[in-house]
Write a protein that binds this ligand. Structure first.
Ligand SMILES: [Zn+2]
Length: 749
């Protein structure tokens, strides 16, 4: 299905000059607006576009042409009510051409889900040599200025770059399939249809066009590469500009027309364009993605009468040919087929399984390779792809490493992301904004991961790598390189103990021109030392040059994140990282625990806004690990000898003593004879036992620095690393014994 997303298009009119309107929709339902935002529609009586007004929930013509000023008092952005929208959709879904209806199979329609292992049902022609038939037709009243030679070049040319096209359609499929699919078209015509263009809005022209082609000598057997009695692909291009109306709205569908032993199957109908200078490959490739590969649509129809709900979202946005990516660079550099669909098409010979790997390099344009992280469920997985702005990705909104959350049982109609209803292929937008799900845009500059020091995505981040059911998938990506031909990154199981995330999502209005401003506080309970810190701030404001934004750390460090820069720019959505933002560097090494405050002030009159959300993500040093060491010297203690015996334990980790326990096991018949000392690596001596206990037998005891008046408290803060020595001396004659065992337990600070 061919949808357009707020593009400005030029429309000819029966009466009056051409008009430019912004169009959103597809062959089933479309909205038109003037460039200044007034709803418009084609007034059949006047034969021109007029301003629309609302009547009982439905847009009707005001009778005032859009070439004149709008009627006084009509609001901008009027829309049909949802009920009317659904009625119109249902009416359009039934083709107006009653004669053709029976010949159209419903399975020919595109969907936003893939009932057949993620793909649409029906015959797939994803590999080998495929021969398409492309028929150019004209109307009695509209002749084509585009020649078959122009079309042949666009569809088949080896080095086609006319109008700034990246390549021909054939080359496009060769590139994204890594040579597996060779899709060539024979272009015939132009054939002149019997009626004026307006007739074909109500009457599907496919059969008449095909009859003309066959009558001229086209042999459909030449287009049955599989010898199955089916035409591989049928493309019919009509003269003149695209008509976004009725049966002329660009679309693809199935139509069973029998010619001898060969039948048609799926076809594409679209325009050849106003002139050869308008030719672009994007929509042709998108529609042939449906026809040949049975790719589903990766955007969201937003109409419940199809597969989903009534809420419109952007699906995969412009990051795939089958989303809105066919429109990039005015259709001249369509996005490649994303790795998710390439994998389903069988174009990826190499699968890099991330599970168990540690360092990976994602190569841009390696379209025969899919980098996948598997989960326990075979239908749900993650795919990582290098989408740096190179080659076919040159015109993407973002550049860097893409992470897709895939489920072949999902549908890009479902933006809510719940266990039951979620996308088939969702992009983990690195900025955490979910703009694709909320239909905010078709993608923006912060959707991919790029130049991330530390953790980029895990179960604890936003966006997270959790499964659709909320469980931890175990996928952790970190240390992502810069956008380039190759992007290195690390992957591993999430050391959740080392990640701290705190977030405030309660919007707070920022008082205008008020020096106190607002303060939002996040509390972190975890103990740890910051290794890496990211602060994300999301503010809506109509003039960010008014704003001062400061971060106050638990330790009292004050950092200016935004100091009244950006002048009249709208909205501030930024991630400040300690690795690249100098102001945050002093926080590395400080404690993460405590209250973090964000202060936002608007220091100038007029423009206003609000703090939408902010968060901190910290990578911290692991919880201090305890050192335990034990010695079993089994040493006799010489009687009445002040030198006594010594036993040592060597500690090879760094740090200082936070807590210390010493366990001792001495066999002796009179412990009042004994003096026991512990010597730290730095030489500090403490007395653990000083000839107490009289004639008691044996000393089996644990000393704890945390106990009141413990002699060990004198060693807290001493260096851990080095040799610890226990000295035991018997200072009186007669009774004797031996040092069986002793142990150290050090908890570093
Ligand atoms: Zn489509």
């Amino acid at each position: 299905m061919s949808a357009i997303f707020g593009e400005v298009l030029t429309f000819g009119q029966g009466q009056g000059k051409e008009v430019r309107l912004r169009v959103t929709g597809d062959e089933f339902y479309a909205r038109y607006e003037t460039l200044d935002g007034y709803a418009a529609l084609s007034d059949r009586d006047k034969d021109q576009f007029c301003y629309a007004i609302l009547h009982q929930g439905a847009l009707i013509s005001s009778g005032v042409p859009v070439t004149e000023p709008p009627p006084v008092g009509i609001p901008r952005h009027l829309r049909d009510s949802e009920a009317v929208r659904r009625q119109r959709f249902a009416a359009r879904r039934v083709t107006p051409d009653r004669a053709m209806r029976a010949l159209r199979a419903s399975s020919g329609a595109a969907l936003t889900l893939g009932p057949s292992q993620g793909l649409l049902e029906g015959r797939r022609l994803t590999t080998g040599s495929v021969r398409g038939l492309t028929i150019l037709v004209e109307f009695q009243d509209v002749r084509t200025t585009v020649s078959t030679a122009d079309l042949d070049a666009m569809l088949n040319g080896a080095n086609y770059q006319r109008n700034g096209n990246y390549c021909s359609a054939r080359e496009y499929f060769r590139i994204v399939s890594t040579g597996k699919l060779d899709y060539a078209n024979s272009v015939v015509g132009p054939f002149r249809l019997s009626r004026n263009r307006s007739y074909y809005v109500q009457n599907l022209l496919v059969k008449e066009a095909l009859d003309l082609a066959v009558a001229s000598g086209v042999n459909l057997k030449d287009f049955d590469s599989r010898n199955e009695g089916l035409v591989d692909a049928l493309n019919i291009l009509y003269a003149g500009q695209t008509v976004y109306d009725g049966e002329l709205w660009p679309h693809n569908y199935s139509l069973k027309l029998q010619y001898g032993s060969v039948s048609t199957d799926l076809y594409l109908l679209t325009s050849a364009g106003r002139s050869a200078d308008d030719l672009s490959i994007g929509t042709f490739c998108h529609e042939n993605g449906h026809l040949l590969c049975r790719f589903p649509d990766m955007y969201d129809y937003g109409v419940a009468e199809r597969e989903g709900d009534n809420i419109k979202s952007a699906g995969i946005g412009s990051y795939c040919l089958m989303g809105s990516g066919n429109h990039l660079n005015f259709g001249r550099t369509p996005a490649p087929v994303c790795a998710y669909l390439r994998d389903l098409a069988g174009w990826c010979d190499n699968e890099v399984v991330l599970n168990g790997l540690t360092t990976v390099e994602a190569v841009h344009g390696a379209y025969d390779t899919v980098i996948k992280y598997r989960t326990a469920s075979p239908n749900e997985y993650f795919i990582v792809e290098n989408r740096s702005k190179l080659g076919l990705d040159t015109h993407l909104p973002a550049s860097g490493l893409a992470i897709y959350h895939c489920d072949i049982l999902g549908s890009n109609e479902f933006q809510s992301g719940t266990a039951q209803k979620h996308y088939q292929c969702a992009l983990l937008q690195a900025d955490g904004h979910r703009d694709l799900e909320t239909n905010e845009n078709q993608g923006d500059g912060t959707d991919f991961f790029a130049s991330v020091a530390g953790v980029a995505a895990s179960s604890a981040t936003n966006p997270s790598t959790r499964l659709w059911n909320g469980a931890d998938s175990g996928l952790l990506l970190s240390d992502v390189g810069v956008p380039d031909d190759k992007i290195a990154f690390r992957v591993g199981s999430a050391p959740s103990g080392l990640l701290v995330h705190a977030e405030s999502t309660t919007p707070i209005a920022i008082p205008d021109n008020e020096p106190t401003g607002i303060t939002s506080v996040l509390t972190v309970d975890r103990v740890g030392v910051i290794k890496d810190l990211t602060v994300k701030v999301d503010v809506t404001h109509t003039y960010i040059g008014d704003l001062s934004i400061e971060l106050l750390s638990p330790g009292g460090e004050r950092v200016t994140l935004h100091g009244r820069t950006g002048a009249g720019t709208d909205n501030l959505s930024a991630a400040y990282e300690s690795s690249s933002f100098p102001g945050l560097k002093p926080l590395v090494g400080q404690s993460v625990q405590g209250k973090w405050a964000l202060r936002v002030r608007d220091l100038e009159g007029a423009d206003t806004g609000k703090l939408v959300r902010w968060s901190i993500d910290a990578v911290i040093e692991g919880a201090p690990s305890v050192v335990t060491l034990e010695a079993k010297p089994d040493l006799p203690i010489p009687d009445n000898d002040a030198t006594g015996v010594s036993s040592t334990l060597d500690v090879d980790r760094t740090g200082t003593v936070g807590k210390l326990k010493v366990s001792i096991d001495i066999k002796h018949t009179w412990i009042g004879d004994l003096r026991i000392q512990l010597v730290s690596p730095g030489g500090r001596v403490v007395v653990l036992h000083g000839q107490l206990g009289g004639g008691t037998d044996d000393l089996v005891v644990t000393y704890d620095s945390a106990a009141p008046l413990s002699p060990l408290s004198g060693l807290v803060g001493q260096g851990v690393k080095g040799t610890w020595t226990l000295r035991v001396a018997d200072l009186a004659a007669q009774d004797v014994g031996k040092l069986n065992r002793w142990a150290l337990e050090i908890t570093p600070q």
